[in-house]
Write a protein that binds this ligand. Structure first.
Ligand code: SF4
Length: 311
């Protein structure tokens, strides 16, 4: 790089085309940041940034590293890896088989996927390699690939942390509502896809009341989902400022309580997290749902995730 070249990293590495930054990725299997709060340690993500615009999204820091704003730019300037399938196939040739997450730095079935259609290739590559994988999404577009996901033995984790539409419009303005996501879970189960619900993120003091948690788990139980995995909101640096700016406008009386609840790296207090997780575990028992991330098992040489509700 020319020392005098002070353009932002994204402008040196990417081409702006029809509303998206296109970049040729060198490596596509990336370490999952601890702040993500999910079970897998490694992930592949065709997109960085996300039009679903969740206020508490833990992936915002990636945009700051590219010289973009982790707030508004993360929501509106999505970085696409058009060569993700080719690179993934190359990296899977050396992969030891550890489970992968798909769609961590941006929802892999957000609107960009309608344009680039990268996921069929990703699903095909992972299925052929026999690597257990979990697709994280809030988008009904995942149904388009249901047959391929079922064939590959994939698990889909649909995020539904609450069923209150007023809060959803405020904190997940680009995603479809809870009812549409509950119907999505039922449709995936119907299509033979192993599907569970990620109750993420539970928002302290906004969506964590006992009746809110109970209403959410009860409606999840009616979908036929294989289980529920609770994740309390994380606030790593870039996310913290964006989330707290909104909280300061919408619920200024809560800002001080968040400052007390979160540590310097953005994790909620262990006591608080244990209390919320415990409440959700109890609700899962009540409604006959598995709680937590299930381990894949190998059936006929292929990884499979449980599909039936288990207590
Ligand atoms: S859908 Fe996922 S990746 Fe997209 S903004 Fe929301 S939390 Fe972030």
């Amino acid at each position: 790089m020319d020392a005098s070249d002070d353009r932002r990293l994204i402008e040196r590495r990417a081409v702006w085309r029809e509303g998206f930054y296109e970049t040729q990725a060198r490596t596509v299997i990336e370490r999952v940041p601890r702040a993500a709060g999910i079970a897998q340690r490694w992930a592949v993500s065709p997109y960085r940034g996300c039009a679903h615009a969740c206020r508490g999204c833990g992936a915002r820091a990636g945009h700051a590293k590219l010289g973009l704003d982790p707030g508004r730019d993360f929501d509106t300037r999505v970085v696409v890896k058009p060569n993700v399938v080719e690179r993934l196939r190359a990296e899977l040739g050396r992969w030891a088989g550890e489970p992968l997450a798909v769609g961590v730095t941006g929802d892999c079935y957000q609107a960009a996927e309608e344009v680039y259609r990268l996921m069929p290739g990703v699903v095909g590559a992972l299925g052929e390699a026999g690597v257990p994988f979990t697709v994280y999404t809030r988008s009904p577009l995942v149904l388009r690939d249901a047959a391929a996901l079922a064939e590959a033995g994939a698990q889909v984790a649909v995020s539904i942390a609450f069923v209150d539409e007023r809060i959803r419009r405020a904190v997940e303005p680009g995603a479809v509502g809870a009812q549409a996501r509950l119907e999505l879970v039922s449709a995936l189960v119907e299509a033979g896809v192993a599907c569970r619900v990620l109750m993420s993120p539970v928002l302290p003091l906004l969506t964590d009341a006992a009746d809110q948690l109970a209403a959410t788990v009860r409606r999840i139980a009616a979908t036929g989902a294989a289980g529920v995995e609770p994740v309390v909101l994380r606030l790593p640096a870039a996310t913290r400022s964006w989330y707290l700016a909104w909280l300061g406008e919408a619920h200024p009386q809560l800002v001080g309580r968040y400052e007390e609840l979160y540590d310097g790296v953005g994790l909620p207090s262990a006591d608080y997290e244990a209390r919320i997780t415990g409440q959700i575990e109890q609700l899962c028992r009540l409604y006959g749902l598995r709680c937590g991330a299930p381990e894949p098992v190998v059936v006929a040489g292929r990884p499979r995730f449980p599909q039936l509700s288990l207590v």
